[in-house]
Write a new protein. Structure first.
Length: 458
């Protein structure tokens, strides 16, 4: 392994990406100010149709970008919309924001965009969760976000303000810098997702009135409600509860009870879900109607000798990071740019110092990005106390990789002193964004070691 330390330069904070294979961050340990609960519901096993895939030939063309659903804001102004982005044959992404003239964007308010009051269109590389599709190329994913700022801003331009203290006197972690508190009127609960091409309508309640509305393409939907004091689900007959008391997100592979109380399907079938009550919502879910399963897959037998590669590590503490825009959101390259912006790059927004970690290697085994992926994990294992937390991340490659291709994983961490360690593996039976690799533990997910690395940040 080679290691080269870049000179101290300086940050912006935006989505972790990579030049060839980007890092899909699965766990960011240094987050502050929010409570996240993520639940992946597996086994898309129930189908109401009989469609099958004899081979992997997705029917949804790559490159489709469309506003697939929209809904009014409960307090007026521009409506909210959901954009569906078909990034690759077997991966699609969602993006939410305010809508004007058929474009998804954010508003300059609540501390975002300098409170300029203007509408700012969002690029297709911002604001999105992505997931694997079924064998026909259709996405099935459902998201609930609590206390979303009404501006619709996120990423490097937002959200600009933070919600109030949660009920019950539970203190929030201290913010990294002075951030204004969002007015309660400017917070929303947002449920959105895609239920598949067989879904034709959804039912939910707003302001005490029940509404049934048609879904968009691929069963796309978005529901925007005023923020509630808390959001709870009842997880057992005995009344066990799981609650989000502050801003947070729940993501599932099939629709769970909460906001939506019914889904109507093309064949006339209706899936009913329990309505929210004062004590919470009884946990239940609807099957993914129309999900097309992949053909049976037999993982290849890859040995450590075949996968092993020499890793090259670079790191820099920087306030200015430039990125290379690319129509493929998973192929952006981040570089420190302390003085000038190189040709073909753009400057990200400057904030506090950030540790930019880059690990590159030549792939000796191909990965199709459907089952076979490369996994990445890095974290701070020792060092003095750090006011911003040590941090760490794990993820996978997000595009197909051929033999001999230069793979680049990148991650941004708090600029803490200490020793950092990391590991890269080849996963013959996984999928993008589905890693379970830990930098500080043994390899237990069946992946094959490519190499380990470490460096010391003084």
């Amino acid at each position: 392994m080679q290691m080269r330390r870049l000179g101290k330069t300086i940050a912006c904070v935006f989505t972790v990406t990579a030049a060839v294979a980007s890092v899909s961050v699965a766990a960011k340990l240094s987050d502050a100010g929010s409570t996240q609960a993520v639940s992946r519901v597996g086994g898309h096993a129930v189908r109401l149709s009989q469609r099958r895939a004899s081979s992997i030939r997705p029917s949804v063309p790559v490159g489709i970008v469309r506003v697939a659903a929209r809904v009014p804001d409960p307090f007026g102004g521009l409506p909210w919309g959901l954009r569906l982005i078909q990034k690759r044959p077997l991966t699609a992404c969602l993006q939410i924001g305010r809508v004007r003239n058929g474009r998804i964007g954010a508003l300059g308010q609540d501390g975002s965009y300098g409170n300029d009051g203007r509408f700012h269109p969002l690029a297709a590389t911002q604001n999105f969760p992505c997931d694997r599709t079924d064998a026909s190329g259709h996405l099935f994913v459902d998201v609930f976000e609590r206390e979303v700022v009404a501006s619709g801003a996120s990423g490097e331009h937002g959200p600009g303000c933070v919600p109030n203290q949660p009920p019950g006197g539970v203190p929030r972690p201290q913010p990294l810098r002075h951030v204004p508190t969002c007015p309660r009127r400017d917070l929303r609960n947002v449920a959105y997702g895609v239920l598949g091409p067989d879904a034709v309508n959804i039912t939910y309640t707003i302001a005490g009135r029940q509404r049934t509305v048609p879904t968009g393409p691929d069963g796309a939907y978005i529901v925007v409600l005023p923020a509630t004091a808390q959001t709870c689900s009842i997880t057992s007959p005995g009344g066990g509860r799981r609650c989000l008391l502050s801003s947070g997100e729940m993501t599932a592979g099939q629709l769970e009870s909460g906001v939506i109380t019914a889904v109507g399907y093309r064949d006339g079938h209706v899936c009913h879900l329990p309505a929210p009550g004062p004590a919470g919502t009884l946990q239940a879910s609807c099957p993914n109607a129309g999900y097309v399963h992949f053909p049976r897959y037999i993982p290849p037998n890859v040995t450590p000798a075949q996968a092993r590669a020499s890793l090259h590590v670079e790191f820099a503490v920087t306030r200015r990071i430039c990125y290379q825009p690319n129509r493929n959101a998973f192929r952006q390259d981040l570089i420190p740019c302390p003085h000038a912006i190189p040709p073909g790059y753009r400057l990200g927004q400057s904030r506090t110092p950030t540790l930019l970690i880059t690990v590159t290697f030549r792939a000796h085994v191909a990965a199709d990005n459907h089952h076979q992926v490369y996994e990445f994990s890095v974290g701070r294992v020792s060092g003095p106390g750090c006011t911003r937390g040590g941090g760490g991340a794990s993820g996978t490659s997000m595009i197909p990789i051929r033999v001999g291709q230069l793979v680049r994983f990148q991650d941004q961490e708090s600029p803490c002193s200490g020793t950092f360690e990391g590991v890269i593996t080849y996963q013959p039976d996984g999928g993008d964004g589905r890693d379970t690799l830990l930098w500080d533990g043994p390899i237990r997910d069946g992946s094959v070691l490519v190499g380990r690395f470490h460096f010391v940040r003084h």
